[in-house]
Design a protein around this ligand. Structure first.
Ligand code: ZN
Length: 351
C-alpha cells in the first residue's frame, strides 16, 4: 500500500458544521462518519497518512448556482466578498477544532516535515493547518502571526471570491483562468510575509494574473494544491499548460483534484466518473510539469468525487489505476507523498 499525503481536504469544514449541530469532532473522527470522506477508520483503510486541512470560510448565504445549459455549459458570478467578521470567528473555531484533535491525540498537528514523517511512522494522521482564502486576516497581518503561532503553515490568498489580497476565479465551464486582476498591494505584502515566516502559498482558486504575480514575487516554487489540467477539462479552476510548465520549470507542485467537475471533459457533476479520467489528468500534469511536481489534492469533504473512490478508504483504487497505467513504485511514492514533503520543506525553510 502506498501511504498518501494529500494536499487539500475540507474535513475541518465538516467537523465545524457537526459541532454547530451539537456533535463531537473527536467522536466523529475516531468512530467514523456516515456521510463524510475523511475519518480515522477510512483514512487507515485507504492509506491516507495525512494532509493539508483547510480553514475555509463558507459563503454567508448559500449560493444559487446557475444550472448548466443543454450543452453542459455554465457560468456563475464570483461569490460575494466576506466581511472580516464573522470570518475571523469561524477561522478561530476551526483552528480550535484542529488543536483539540491534536491535544486528544486523534491527529498530530504538524509544523515541520520531521513532524509529518514521525506521525506517518507512528500511524498517526499527520494534519497540516491551511487557510483557503484569507478573509480572517486583516491588512496589518497581525492575525497571520497569530495563526502561524497556532500552527498555520499554508494558505491560499483567495478562494473563488475577491478579498483585500486578490481575486479568485469563478466556477465556470468552459472558461480560462484569466478572469480578473491579480494581487493587490496588501496581497504582495502577504506573499512577502509568508516567505519570511515560512508559510506555503497555494495558488488554487486565484486568477491567472494573480498566479503570475506570485510566481514573480515569491521566493518559493509555485504550488497549486488542488487543480487539474485545463487542456482536458476547461474550467476556470484548472491550470493552463503555460501555468503547468511554469510549475515544472520552477520545481513547484500541482495536486490532482478529485472533484468530478474538474476531471470530466464534459465538466458535469456526475459520480459515475471513471478512474481513467483521473489517470488522464495525472498523465497530462506529469507530461507538462514532470514527475517531481505532481501530487494529490483530493478536495475530500469539499466536492463530489468519483464513485470508484467514494471516500478516503478508496484511495488505493487510484494507486492501482496508476500502476496499471505504467507508473512504477518510485513514481507512485513521489505522487503519493514525497513531492508534497519536498515542497513543504522548501516553503518552511528547512534547507
Ligand atoms: Zn478549494
Amino acid at each position: 500500500m502506498q501511504a498518501i499525503f494529500d494536499g487539500h481536504n475540507d474535513v475541518l469544514l465538516r467537523l465545524w458544521r457537526n459541532v454547530q449541530a451539537g456533535g463531537d469532532p473527536i467522536a466523529e473522527m475516531v468512530n467514523g462518519t456516515t456521510s463524510g470522506h475523511i475519518d480515522l477508520p477510512r483514512a487507515k483503510a485507504g492509506g491516507l497518512a495525512g494532509g493539508l486541512c483547510a480553514i475555509y470560510i463558507p459563503n454567508s448565504k448559500p449560493l444559487t448556482l446557475n444550472p448548466p445549459n443543454t450543452r453542459g455549459q455554465y457560468a456563475n458570478p464570483l461569490s460575494p466578498p466576506l466581511e472580516r467578521q464573522p470570518s475571523l470567528d469561524i477561522a478561530v473555531a476551526k483552528a480550535a477544532i484542529a488543536l483539540k484533535l491534536d491535544r486528544a491525540g486523534v491527529w498530530k498537528l504538524c509544523r515541520t516535515t520531521a513532524d509529518i514523517r514521525e506521525a506517518m511512522d507512528k500511524g498517526v494522521f499527520a494534519a497540516v493547518l491551511h487557510m483557503e482564502g484569507c478573509e480572517p486576516i486583516g491588512a496589518d497581518l497581525a492575525a497571520l502571526e497569530l495563526f502561524y503561532g497556532a500552527g498555520l503553515r499554508s494558505l491560499g490568498p483567495v478562494w473563488s471570491r475577491n478579498n483585500i489580497f486578490g481575486h479568485g476565479v469563478p466556477f465556470a465551464y468552459p472558461s480560462g483562468p484569466d478572469t480578473g486582476p491579480g494581487l493587490t498591494e496588501a496581497g504582495k505584502a502577504l506573499v512577502k510575509e509568508c516567505n519570511r515566516l515560512g508559510i506555503l502559498i497555494d495558488l488554487s482558486h486565484i486568477t491567472e494574473k494573480g498566479f503570475w504575480d506570485v510566481v514573480k514575487l515569491s521566493e518559493h516554487p509555485p504550488i497549486a494544491s488542488h487543480s487539474n489540467a485545463h487542456a482536458l477539462t476547461p474550467v476556470a479552476r484548472n491550470l493552463t499548460d503555460k501555468q503547468l510548465d511554469a510549475i515544472g520549470e520552477r520545481k513547484g507542485l500541482v495536486g490532482l483534484n478529485f472533484a468530478v467537475t474538474m476531471l470530466r471533459s464534459d465538466g458535469r457533476e456526475v459520480g459515475e466518473t471513471p478512474l481513467d479520467d483521473m489517470v488522464r489528468h495525472i498523465d497530462h500534469l506529469v507530461k507538462r510539469a514532470g514527475i517531481d511536481c505532481v501530487a494529490i489534492g483530493s478536495d475530500f469533504d469539499g466536492a463530489m468525487v468519483p464513485k470508484e473512490i467514494g471516500n478516503a478508504s478508496g484511495l488505493q483504487n487510484l494507486v492501482a489505476a496508476l500502476k496499471n497505467a505504467g507508473y512504477g513504485d518510485q513514481e507512485l511514492a513521489k505522487i503519493c507523498r514525497e513531492n508534497w514533503l519536498r515542497v513543504l520543506g522548501e516553503a518552511w525553510g528547512e534547507k
